[in-house]
Design a protein around this ligand. Structure first.
Ligand code: KIV
Length: 263
């Protein structure tokens, strides 16, 4: 079973890390068969599973349900639960209690969005035995503050703030940091200046690892495909083709055939 310490060792050993999201037991087993080191039960489920425009309406109950499905099936990968909007922002006490609920649901770590402003949460959680992954850059829970899903850290003062945020998360005890939609050069600088792994998504090739939303990388979700997504399969096309053939064969009497019938 992957631990946060083993996860961190990859950076020291200069071995790249792969992380994907999953939300159910079936995909968790397939992801593990591929040898992926960590599974993020992402609040992206609000968009790809629940069909919402953003992640803001995802609740703790939603997240705990999916975390239980993933953690119940996982045997090797590190399972990280994503703290939903307003489960950690309002108070330190909320943050601690809700983070604890993820570990009770079977996750080994949690992820939260934000930098220096979250340092007190990260320090308190890690001192109580709850490993924390940070998340900087285009943090989707701040979509309205950003005025849309836009690349962050392009201006030098903002880049410096993000570098300071990364250092603050590391100092507070985070075991890794997701860097989302920031310039390659900034991600490289952050990766060089922190000792903990950086996991990029739209942050170029110099991060210590990469993360993608599973349905994006499988080509299942195509409502909105950001520039940083590479679909490694075209499953939506395959699924559509299968369903259309099934319908056709039922309609013209070819399914079920003798092979699928009992006597
Ligand atoms: O919710 C999510 O899936 C995420 C990843 C894209 C990093 O936060």
């Amino acid at each position: 079973m992957m631990t946060v310490l083993e996860f961190q060792r990859h950076k020291r050993d200069k071995k790249k890390l792969t992380v994907v999201t999953a939300y159910d037991a079936l995909f968790t087993r397939i992801v593990e068969q591929a040898g992926i080191q960590a599974i993020l039960v992402g609040d992206s489920l609000g968009v790809v599973v629940q069909g919402k425009a953003n992640t803001l309406s995802v609740t703790m109950d939603d997240m705990l349900y999916h975390t239980k499905l993933v953690a119940g099936a996982a045997q090797q990968a590190l399972v990280i639960g994503d703290m939903p909007f307003m489960s950690y922002q309002a108070s330190l006490e909320d943050a601690l209690r809700n983070a604890g609920r993820f570990l009770q649901a079977g996750a080994q770590a949690i992820k939260l969005e934000g930098g220096a402003v979250m340092a007190d949460r990260v320090a308190a959680m890690t001192s109580l035995g709850i490993p924390v992954m940070g998340h900087l850059g285009m943090t989707p829970q701040s979509v309205h503050q950003f005025g849309g899903y836009k690349v962050q850290g392009k201006e030098s003062d903002h880049a410096q703030t993000l570098l300071n945020d990364a250092k603050a998360l590391e100092a507070a005890g985070a075991f890794a940091i997701v860097l989302e939609a920031i310039p390659t050069e900034l991600a490289k600088t952050i990766t060089e200046q922190v000792a903990i792994p950086t996991i990029g998504i739209g942050a170029g090739p110099h991060c210590d690892g990469q993360v993608l939303v599973l349905y994006d990388l499988l080509g299942l979700f195509d409502d909105f495909v950001p520039k940083f997504v590479k679909p490694y399969a075209r499953l939506k096309v395959d699924v559509l083709q299968a369903l259309r053939r099934y319908k056709e064969e039922v309609e013209d009497g070819r399914f079920p055939s003798e092979a699928e019938s009992y006597h």
